[in-house]
Design a protein around this ligand. Structure first.
Ligand SMILES: NC(=O)C1=CN([C@@H]2O[C@H](COP(=O)(O)OP(=O)(O)OC[C@H]3O[C@@H](n4cnc5c(N)ncnc54)[C@H](OP(=O)(O)O)[C@@H]3O)[C@@H](O)[C@H]2O)C=CC1
Ligand SMILES: O=C(O)C1=N[C@H](C(=O)O)C[C@H](O)C1
Length: 257
């Protein structure tokens, strides 16, 4: 039995990375390269043809590009029958529906899209959703490095949606707020009725606070990614799982259960 296993070791998963020269892409290439059960077969960035991925026989593509290009990348992957793990932001409900539509025509293909691959960040969102029904007030403050292209963050948007859903299920109305917005934007953006504030400052990586308030008490749930290495255990978990999860998986939560 041991001999058999030694003669036929499981084949490494062949992985291609899109956005390979970006901040996250470089970290993913390093993590995939260091994993014995994964084989980094393609590194694609702006200007490189996507066919590089197919030519290299990638079974799983990891996409950390930009919201502008990720849908075309994903459409291509699904069409080619390549599984995808996507960290790129910008996934509205409408976009997710389009991805589901593509996957309906390719039943064997799996796609995992997660707004945040940090295990602590996933827990922070779960804790926030759990706390939401107990507090009349809630605001989200996300803080990121100043080279981030989008605001608010995908994580903040996802958290706001989870909180709004929990508040609706608990029968909570809008959070109390008598303030008149003297300067547009002073009270932040509103996502599903939840206020979201985006801070950009040098020195930051990716951070989020969810501030809850009710009579005589507040609760702050905070998560800090201090290094992009924090996202790698979640990315690798998804890379290893996606081939066995046909269809669309949104968020890392089902992979952690
Ligand atoms: N889900 C999660 O856990 C996380 C998600 N993110 C998200 O990931 C995305 C990337 O973030 P980050 O790495 O910081 O951004 P970067 O700008 O550093 O990286 C994006 C890379 O994608 C490249 N690119 C642009 N267009 C294409 C294309 N068509 N094909 C291949 N590559 C392309 C860019 O090239 P060029 O610079 O030449 O345009 C760049 O090298 C963002 O949406 C961010 O919010 C980030 C961290 C964690
Ligand atoms: O751009 C980033 O850096 C990050 N993007 C993701 C987001 O928008 O939520 C995840 C994390 O916050 C880092």
């Amino acid at each position: 039995m041991t001999d058999e296993l030694e003669k036929n070791p499981a084949e490494p998963i062949r992985v291609g990375v899109l956005g390979a020269r970006g901040r996250m892409g470089m970290e993913v290439c390093k993590a995939v390269d260091a994993a014995a059960d994964l084989d980094l077969v393609a590194m694609v960035d702006q200007g490189d043809p996507l066919s590089t991925v197919a030519d290299a026989g990638a079974e799983v593509v990891v996409d950390f590009t930009t919201p502008d290009v990720v849908m075309d990348n994903l459409d291509w992957c699904v069409n080619q029958g390549v599984n995808a793990v996507v960290g790129t932001t910008g996934f509205t409900g409408d976009r997710l529906e389009r991805v589901r539509g593509w996957l309906a025509g390719k039943p064997g293909v799996g796609v995992v899209i997660a707004p945040n691959f940090g295990i602590g960040a996933v827990l922070m969102m779960q804790f926030a959703a759990k706390a939401a029904r107990h507090f009349e007030s809630v605001e989200i403050i996300e803080q990121h490095h100043p080279r981030k292209l989008d605001a608010p963050s995908g994580t903040a948007t996802h958290t706001a949606r989870l909180i709004a859903q929990a508040r609706a299920e608990a029968g909570l109305g809008p959070a109390p707020d008598a303030t008149k917005d003297e300067v547009p934007g002073a009270r932040g953006a509103e996502i599903d009725g939840i206020r979201v504030h985006a801070v950009r400052a040098a020195g930051l990586v990716a951070h989020q606070e969810v501030l809850f308030g009710t009579t005589g008490e507040t609760l702050t749930i905070r998560h800090d990614s201090l290094d992009r290495a924090s996202f790698m255990p979640g990315v690798l978990l998804a890379v290893r799982a996606v081939r066995n999860r046909p269809g669309l998986t949104v968020g890392l939560d089902p992979l952690l259960d």
